[in-house]
Design a protein around this ligand. Structure first.
Ligand code: URQ
Ligand code: ZN
Ligand code: ZN
Length: 479
């Protein structure tokens, strides 16, 4: 199957130039002016449009069992939603229960993801610690292409990683050439403030942001950064939502510490006024952690993207419908935490970022695709428009318009945090593995077409392994 994109402008993280792009056998095979069209190839007229690397969303939770229920989008519906908006790879999360083998949990999630319509990979959460976790982390790095381990500093009495766990796990990451990542909220403070709210009779969704003020994120961000710095570990902070956490990241980076920050499309556009809405369903639909913040934090996050102190954008796509959110009708701490976004991330970032002049087109490519590929060590296989890279591409029509609505979304969710937003600039075509999977909004997808993407560890580990066993590092691709 060959596809040729004709007459477009290629936009990468550091360049833009007019060229045709030829895709054969799932890879990009030629880039250049006036390419010849192979017989039988599908021709896409990209005139007046941009050809960019397919989006990478480094933070999703498809069909996550959480807070007594299961997220509504599974690996098929969630990846189809992503493909419709130009996202061609997701990095989801294996989240073992405390005391559960992390290898066993990994294989469970691999089973769930077999139905994915696009490529996918997994961060693995460290929610407990003993010698078996220490050992299994090496197996995951060496044999299964995991190079990132997540630590939830929130969710006390559930999956919260204590300082003890983080010190042990971050140290292990250094040995293995892996990167630790954190959900930075002080879980003890959250728990304490939640109890205070409930004792004061505050049971509605407005109690959610009140129990997780910016300082709760700022403290945890600083603590995790200092732990990583002390241990010589890199660090990736997921869903940075406050200027408090951004300041900690900026300070660390200005001192040469290898710290990365991610922000969510939701936190860039939505503020905490949503929790004051008297309608429970509306306010509860916005309950996610960290919560949406006062507008000043949104502005700080945009500046973080512009300054380069935040490197990636994601969605934390974790969908719960009204019937599931109702579990917290009388107690906000029981509302399943999570919102959607994988479908709209790139469009809202283009509309509010590129069209406003906050981001150049190249910066848009960086924060929606290339930086995630580079940080998680799958560049230039992903996140690039290069000969030899996977043919995961989005053809972007800067003039196309739509109004975002839950009524027309592909996600199984029954709510959209960007409801009613008028957008200019959309994916007109998405290619996944060289196959056109979306044409002008029409999906052409297959369950199970997605592949698991190995993410090799970083050099020091392989040097040690090679020295020990004289074997070469596993190939990056298990096709
Ligand atoms: O904390 C997370 O990232 C997961 C559990 C999704 N839920 C959320 O509110 N962010
Ligand atoms: Zn989180
Ligand atoms: Zn998450």
């Amino acid at each position: 199957m060959s596809v040729i994109l004709k007459g477009g402008t290629v936009v990468t993280h550091d360049d833009s130039f007019k060229a045709d792009v030829l895709c054969e056998g799932g890879l990009i095979t030629a880039i250049g002016p006036d390419l010849e069209t192979p017989s039988g190839a599908e021709v896409i007229d990209a005139g007046g449009q941009y050809i960019m690397p397919g989006g990478i969303d480094p933070h999703t939770h498809m069909q996550l069992p959480f807070m007594g229920t299961v997220a509504a989008d599974d690996f098929f519906t969630g990846t189809v939603a992503g493909l419709s908006g130009g996202t061609t790879t997701i990095i989801d999360f294996v989240i073992p229960d405390p005391q559960q083998s992390i290898l066993e949990a990994y294989h469970t999630w691999r089973g769930w993801a077999e139905k994915a319509a696009s490529d996918y990979s997994f961060h693995v959460a460290i929610t407990w610690w003993d010698d078996s976790v220490h050992k299994d982390m090496e197996t995951l790095v060496r044999d299964f292409g995991v190079n990132s381990f997540k630590h939830f500093m929130a969710y006390k009495n559930a999956i919260m990683a204590t300082d003890e766990i983080m010190v042990a796990s971050f140290s292990r990451c250094v040995e293995l050439g892996a990167i630790p990542t954190v959900h930075a909220e002080n879980g003890e403070l959250v728990y304490h403030l939640q109890q205070k709210m409930l004792d004061a009779g505050i049971t509605g969704p407005e109690g959610h942001p009140a129990s997780r003020p910016p300082a709760v994120e700022g403290e945890a961000a600083n603590r995790s950064i200092r732990i990583a710095g002390t241990l010589g570990a890199p660090l990736y902070l997921v869903h940075v939502s406050t200027s408090d956490a951004l300041d900690a990241i900026r300070y660390a980076r200005s001192n040469g510490q290898r710290v990365y920050g991610e922000c969510l499309a939701g936190h860039l556009l939505v503020d905490d006024s949503v929790y004051q809405n008297p309608d429970f369903e509306f306010a509860a639909a916005h309950v996610m952690s960290p919560p949406f913040r006062p507008a000043s934090h949104k502005e700080a996050l945009w500046k973080g993207l512009q300054s380069g102190d935040l490197q990636t954008t994601a969605t934390d796509h974790c969908v719960f419908c009204a019937g599931q959110k109702a579990a917290g009708k009388d107690d906000f701490t029981l509302i399943p935490n999570g919102t959607a976004g994988v479908e709209d991330r790139m469009a809202v970032l283009w509309n509010d970022g590129v069209r406003t002049g906050k981001l150049t087109m190249q910066e848009f490519v960086s924060v929606t695709s290339t930086h995630a590929a580079q940080i998680f060590n799958i560049f230039p296989r992903k996140g690039a428009v290069r000969v030899g890279a996977d043919a995961d591409l989005v053809v972007w029509d800067p003039a196309a318009t739509k109004v975002i609505s839950a009524k027309t979304q592909l996600s199984r969710g029954d709510f959209n945090i960007f409801e009613g937003k008028e957008i200019t600039g959309l994916a007109s075509h998405t290619l996944s593995g060289g196959k056109v999977v979306m044409r002008q909004g029409q999906m052409d997808v297959s369950e199970g077409a997605g592949r698991y993407i190995d993410r090799p560890a970083y050099a020091p580990y392989y040097d040690a392994i090679k020295a020990r066993t004289k074997e070469t590092a596993p190939t990056v691709v298990k096709r």
